[in-house]
Ligand binder design. Structure first.
Ligand code: ZN
Ligand code: ZN
Length: 346
């Protein structure tokens, strides 16, 4: 199969002819129709994630195939797989674990630490190729007539947004929720929020255009992230029972945690990075909790596709490019020249 493969971290991708793994028992092979190019791909391509003081290295065998936002058609499956039928349009859930440990059995494959790692496009060959081998056939999620490309995006930014919303739980419905940062993932969460929670949503962003978008997607208010704007919003809605931070910077953390009511929950999704000094007594005295959210579970991915098929959120801007243009697409994304999402088509 033709692939745009990575032969060394940081080096341009190389067109290569690779042989996909034959699907064994319980496995499948999907013919890729679209692979989304994500900001995480840039970090994986660099070979590390920047954690402020330290660089978290990426472990990959070369040649590697990037692409964890995968949409395609079922091409083949091994013994013991009961559908979906060959030719069915599917998204492929990429955050696979070992499928055997306690974490995986509890449904949290995305948190599995067993080796070898299984995530597609991160540890195993992903979507920047004609075919992708799927180690567990139940990772394929049928798409029906969902807008082309939306299934691919749902597996990363969409799932990240949805899983963070689910972590809020079911607080009293009149208490507001604060969503911080209306970039791609934040806006997706804004659009999905009404399908997940009855609570009023207050959006915050420094950019007026993004605040307008949040209002269009159903925010009761969209404010600048500063104390005065929050005081004003809080006088109408009360303090927030939960906040999701789609930026993950010291400034958003300071603003967002101050906006919480007692017993509130702070959920960090964004990877902007940096450090904060936290008065430890504020945790028991306020009290509030802080948690992180990393992509999402397979069952959440299935729920999300069901919601999207029912029209829960509009498709973000997408541009399609031939897989052969993977390098220029990566360069454009690095240079901040991409509006919306690039989908590579093998
Ligand atoms: Zn991604
Ligand atoms: Zn596992």
């Amino acid at each position: 199969m033709k692939a745009q493969a990575m032969t060394a971290f940081g080096a341009p991708l190389t067109p290569m002819d690779l042989t996909p793994q034959k699907p064994g028992a319980g496995e499948a092979l999907v013919r890729v129709t679209r692979a989304g190019l994500c900001h995480s791909d840039l970090h994986i391509h660099d070979g590390y994630f920047d954690f402020g003081d330290v660089r978290q290295p990426v472990a990959m065998n070369m040649p590697a195939v990037l692409g964890h936002e995968i949409e395609g058609e079922v091409a083949e499956f091994g013994e013991g797989v009961d559908g979906p039928a060959v030719g069915t349009r599917v998204a492929v859930y990429p955050w696979l674990g070992c499928n055997a440990c306690d974490t995986c059995r509890a449904g949290d494959q995305q948190l599995c630490i067993a080796l070898p790692r299984r995530s597609l496009g991160v540890a195993q060959w992903g979507g920047m190729a004609e075919y992708v081998h799927v180690p567990f056939a139940d990772a394929m999620i049928p798409l029906g007539d969902l807008t082309p490309g939306l299934g691919a995006l749902a597996m990363c930014s969409g799932l990240t947004a949805y899983s963070a919303l689910k972590k809020i739980g079911t607080p009293p419905p009149e208490q507001p929720i604060l969503l911080l940062g209306m970039g791609g993932v934040g806006l997706m969460a804004m659009a999905l929020a009404k399908s997940v929670l009855p609570n009023p949503i207050i959006a915050a962003d420094i950019d007026a255009t993004k605040r307008e978008a949040a209002l269009r997607y159903g925010a009761v208010e969209a404010i600048e992230p500063n104390a005065d704007a929050w005081q004003s919003a809080m006088s109408r809605h009360g303090p927030a029972i939960a906040a999701i931070d789609f930026v993950g910077a010291p400034a958003t953390f300071g603003f967002g945690t101050a906006a919480l009511r007692r017993g509130g929950k702070y959920i960090i999704v964004g990877l902007f990075g940096g450090k904060v000094a936290l008065p430890l007594a504020s945790l028991p005295l306020k009290p509030f909790s802080i948690t992180g959210s990393y992509v999402g579970r397979l069952d959440e991915a299935r729920e999300l596709i069901t919601l999207l098929r029912a029209g829960a959120a509009p498709a973000p801007p997408m541009q399609e490019r031939p897989l052969e243009e993977a390098n220029s697409a990566i360069d454009d994304l690095r240079a901040g020249k991409v509006l919306g999402r690039v989908l590579l088509r093998p």
